[in-house]
Design a protein around this ligand. Structure first.
Ligand SMILES: C[S@@+](CC[C@H](N)C(=O)[O-])C[C@H]1O[C@@H](n2cnc3c(N)ncnc32)[C@H](O)[C@@H]1O
Length: 207
């Protein structure tokens, strides 16, 4: 794998307004084994960007460090709306840039504050916007490379990989979400072929 871009459960027992919840969102016993596999699968001197839930930052950071990642950057995604509130209104998402070995800095350096776009959560209760994921892939994965997302949900990372000319490989625990992801990717493929003015049959004949 050339790059990992992932959005694991935040360990907050999340429920959206319509009662949708997430597998693996209560306890983080999977954190270390899952990220140990990510670390093993990544090429030498590569990057993993992982979203995380700030209430469990200690658990996330200690798991990442324990499996060999080095904290190499922190990304903040300010939102124009409030997702929920406590003593303050919660208006941003966060992710860490994790290094395996010593990756070379990308040709074009992204800033660590990146505008958020509302995803509509049409496909998944905590769906990430494809537009926000694309620059991360362009920055950290070579064209034609493989992007891994071990917590793929509705496949937003894989769609972003395809749109940026990379390949994607995802894992998703929930069978229902796997179907949503597969349907979304199939539709994506159709739209891309349509946009190119090529149908699958003539593409197959030409291949
Ligand atoms: C925060 S969501 C990812 C949403 C995704 N970014 C999207 O835009 O659709 C995390 C996903 O990880 C999945 N998950 C939880 N534990 C898992 C495991 N052990 N292996 C694979 N997927 C898992 C959940 O079912 C959930 O869909």
């Amino acid at each position: 794998m050339d790059f990992c871009l992932t959005d694991p459960p935040y360990l907050v027992n999340y429920r959206d307004r319509s009662g949708r919840s997430l597998a693996g969102d209560r306890v983080g016993d999977w954190l270390k084994p899952a990220f140990a596999e990510v670390h093993r699968l990544l090429k030498r001197d590569s990057v993993c960007v992982s979203f995380y839930g700030w209430t469990k930052v200690d658990e996330f950071v200690s798991a990442w460090r324990a499996v060999g990642f080095r904290l190499s950057g922190h990304l903040t995604f300010p939102k124009r709306y409030t997702s929920s509130s406590g003593l303050v209104r919660y208006q941003h998402e966060s992710a860490f840039v994790l290094a395996k070995g010593s990756p070379r800095p990308p040709e074009y350096l992204l800033g660590d504050v990146i505008d958020w776009v509302y995803s509509t959560n049409q496909f998944h209760p905590t769906q990430k916007p494809v537009q926000v994921l694309m620059p991360l892939i362009e920055s950290f994965c070579p064209v034609g490379g493989v992007v891994l997302d071990p917590f793929a949900g509705s496949a937003s990372t894989l769609v972003a990989a395809r749109l940026t000319g990379r390949r994607g490989l995802g894992c998703e625990l929930e069978a229902r979400m796997q179907s949503v992801a597969n349907a979304r990717l199939a539709r994506m493929r159709q739209l891309m072929l349509h946009t190119l003015g090529v149908d699958a049959v003539s593409l197959a004949a030409a291949a």
